[in-house]
Write a protein that binds this ligand. Structure first.
Ligand SMILES: [Zn+2]
Length: 469
């Protein structure tokens, strides 16, 4: 008997509106015919920070980045840093050679879908833990292809390799395939989320869907294949940069930030993700405890008011106390507060997230429903999950759309960014070739239990998502 197949197309950085327009204009005919028409087109929320790598965790582990203690593409752990600055787990950037640590950084008791399915395969994902030998289909070509793509600014060969290896994987009796197509993300960073080269990358994924559907039909497996096409985050065009690390250094706070990690006696550290979100750590309290309450603004001396009014800065957020997270922008300050089993949003001197007052405690799903159509979808749950981890910054800064937080060491210059809580970064297309699933607002974390349930496997309760089918 043939086993059911789950195939996830991770179109990195795909925006729901661009995807929808291209489907409606007939530019993605295979996605339309093979997935949308027999199935469903909807949207889902990603996680905070909405950045490549950490934002793959919800799909493959069912958990948010904070739950896994991987709160960004770069992070620092204060307690470990103060024990031994040069120990392996003091700070991290997955943008370079430390990407190899990503699998080990996922706690052992958080299984990946690769560990839960019998014959899993992968192309180009950072998360490969649990793949049997030979099942990480692009393992041998990845570093060479990524290096060439980065220096030549041409990502087409990477997407082509993803497709070719995916086709080879189909011949190996797969039960689960996670296929990453990085071209949309990379071209959006280099050019624009709607640049013709970005659109070409969407069209290449469409070509792949056509070939894959044809092959699965020939193999007699198409009717038993669940295809999910989804993204890890949106992307917005960017033309202004505030280099947050330089901003602090220029004001007398010597700052540790990648790639200059040997800074002598730093007072602060900045770890940027997706370039629109940044963790900031005060390195002045040597006990390594996270700062809370008024100690957070004070940790930056008199810089705080100036930071809030930078035209690139959207808001700053920190732990006020064990159950309260502060959000402050030039518009004022509000609390996100846990009260019993639910979360509230309580404007204090202003309403920086534009949600109005939400003073009846909302559970995990109600909190998503109350914010799904807002400028900051899933803000309450996302802020809490991020601060629940030991590697979260003492405060987190996000940039306004059109701006980002890293410049000096970013080559080539980023013209697109993601990472923030804004809906332009948080909303992703969620397309699958099935109808009739639960229409409630969904998170990318729901995909994990959804595919386990669809494949007839046990779901896991201690994750951040619930099955939709
Ligand atoms: Zn991405």
């Amino acid at each position: 008997m043939k086993r059911p197949l789950v195939l996830i197309y991770l179109v990195d950085g795909a925006r729901p509106d661009v995807m929808q327009e291209l489907i409606e204009s007939g530019d993605l005919p295979n996605i339309r015919k093979e997935i949308v028409e027999p199935g469903t087109f909807r949207t889902a929320t990603s996680c905070f920070p909405s950045t490549t790598g950490p934002a793959y965790l919800p799909f493959l582990t069912g958990c948010f980045p904070g739950t896994i203690n991987i709160p960004g593409i770069r992070w620092l752990e204060k307690a470990a840093y103060h024990r031994n600055r040069w120990a392996r787990n003091s700070f991290r950037s997955y943008c370079g050679y430390e990407a190899a640590y990503f699998n080990d950084d996922i706690p052992a008791d958080r299984p990946t879908l690769h560990e839960l399915f019998d014959r899993p395969f992968n192309t180009f994902s950072m998360i490969t833990r649990g793949l049997p030998k030979g099942h990480d289909l692009t393992a041998k070509v990845k570093s060479g292809l990524y290096m060439r793509a980065h220096f030549r600014h041409k990502w087409e060969p990477v997407d082509q390799a993803s497709h070719q290896h995916l086709m080879l994987g189909l011949e190996q009796d797969p039960e689960f395939i996670f296929a990453v197509f990085p071209g949309v993300d990379s071209n959006s960073h280099l050019q624009h989320p709607r640049h013709e080269r970005t659109i070409k990358a969407y069209k290449y994924v469409d070509f792949s869907v056509g070939q894959v559907a044809e092959k699965l039909k020939k193999l007699g497996r198409w009717d038993d294949t669940l295809v999910i096409m989804i993204s890890d985050h949106g992307l917005s065009a960017t033309d202004r940069h505030l280099d947050l690390a330089n901003f602090l250094s220029d004001r007398g706070l010597r700052t540790l930030a990648y790639p200059i990690i040997w800074t002598h006696k730093p007072k602060a550290s900045v770890m940027i993700s997706g370039n629109a979100a940044g963790h900031v750590y005060s390195l002045q309290n040597r006990d390594g405890e996270p700062l809370t309450g008024d100690a957070v603004p004070h940790s930056m001396g008199d810089i705080w008011p100036e930071l809030l009014v930078q035209p690139e800065v959207d808001f700053v957020t920190w732990r006020q106390d064990a159950n309260t997270f502060a959000v402050e922008s030039a518009q004022g300050r509000a609390w996100v507060q846990r009260q019993g089993a639910g979360l509230c949003y309580l404007p204090q001197t202003g309403d920086p997230l534009g949600l109005g007052k939400l003073d009846t405690p909302l559970d995990h799903q109600q909190a998503l429903e109350a914010t799904f159509d807002s400028e900051y979808p899933d803000a309450l749950v996302q802020l809490e999950q991020l601060f629940n981890c030991t590697r979260c910054g003492d405060f987190v800064v996000t940039s306004k759309t059109g701006c980002d937080l890293r410049y000096t060491w970013e080559w080539p210059e980023h013209r697109g960014s993601h990472g923030s809580l804004h809906r332009e970064h948080m909303m992703v297309p969620f397309i699958y070739n099935r109808k009739g699933w639960d229409p409630r607002p969904a998170r990318t974390a729901d995909v994990f239990n959804t595919v386990l349930k669809w494949a007839g496997r046990p779901t896991l309760d201690n994750t951040d998502g619930k099955a939709l089918c």
